[in-house]
Design a protein around this ligand. Structure first.
Ligand code: DX5
Ligand code: ZN
Length: 215
């Protein structure tokens, strides 16, 4: 059993309200909101006003994934736009400890994401401050990419660090998640599965969400 965060990046942007209502009526636990700035990642998704519009209709907490440079500039704006959790990238934060405290100050739960090439050990000194660690299982920037197999090993390492330390952060995985890889991810210690194209390309998205949840 995992928590599910359907990624709105894979929704039909011309029918956002309809797709948010689908998630509202599903067994999903969050709505995953991908913010891309065209600098930290090659793609641009959408920004604060769209996040606010999503929040207006959402009845699930917004799990906001900031794939942006210098995220401190926008933490308060995204919190005001309805974010419940804010996740920044390790690779974008030279003063990560300060940024984590800043997320907490604005009143959101604090997450840090790791790109596929970044080892989990880099977070050892801040794990006790975190509510969430997001392991990227694709290179961030686009939906619909192929799951990177090395992710299982990273999840297992992080999960064992969590066990040894007694910390309580959740482990989330993002990119290429589907029913083939979800069971093993959950077995290795994942608490939250993000799924974009797998949910939105399904002819029965409600059923797909509940199948993922019950892996
Ligand atoms: C990728 C984003 C993901 C993306 C996942 O950069 O962070 O959240 O929406 O999409 P799928 O599930 O299609 O890989
Ligand atoms: Zn994401």
């Amino acid at each position: 059993m995992a928590e599910i965060a359907p990624s709105i990046l894979a929704a039909d942007f011309a029918n956002l309200q309809r797709d948010i209502e689908m998630i509202n009526s599903s067994s999903a636990d969050y709505i995953h909101v991908d913010i891309m700035d065209g600098m930290f990642v090659p793609n641009i998704s959408f920004g604060i006003p769209v996040c606010q519009a999503i929040s207006k209709h959402a009845r699930k907490p917004l799990d906001v994934h900031l794939m942006i440079e210098q995220p401190d500039r926008y933490l308060l704006d995204f919190k005001k736009a309805g974010a419940s959790g804010l996740t920044v990238h390790y690779e974008a934060c030279p003063h990560l400890h300060r940024t984590i405290q800043h997320i907490k100050e604005v009143g959101a739960t604090a997450g840090v994401a790791l790109n596929p090439h970044t080892p989990v050990e880099v977070l050892s000194e801040v794990l006790g401050d975190l509510d969430l660690v997001l392991i990227m299982s694709v290179n961030p920037g686009f939906g619909g990419q192929k799951f990177i197999e090395n992710t299982y090993k990273k999840i297992a390492q992080l999960s064992s660090l969590r066990e040894k330390s007694g910390y309580t952060f959740k482990i989330e995985v993002d990119g290429g998640v589907n029913l083939d890889n979800a069971p093993l991810l959950v077995r290795e210690g994942v608490d939250i599965l993000v799924a974009g194209s797998f949910v939105f390309s399904s002819t029965e998205p409600l059923e797909t969400i509940s199948l993922l949840k019950n892996t």
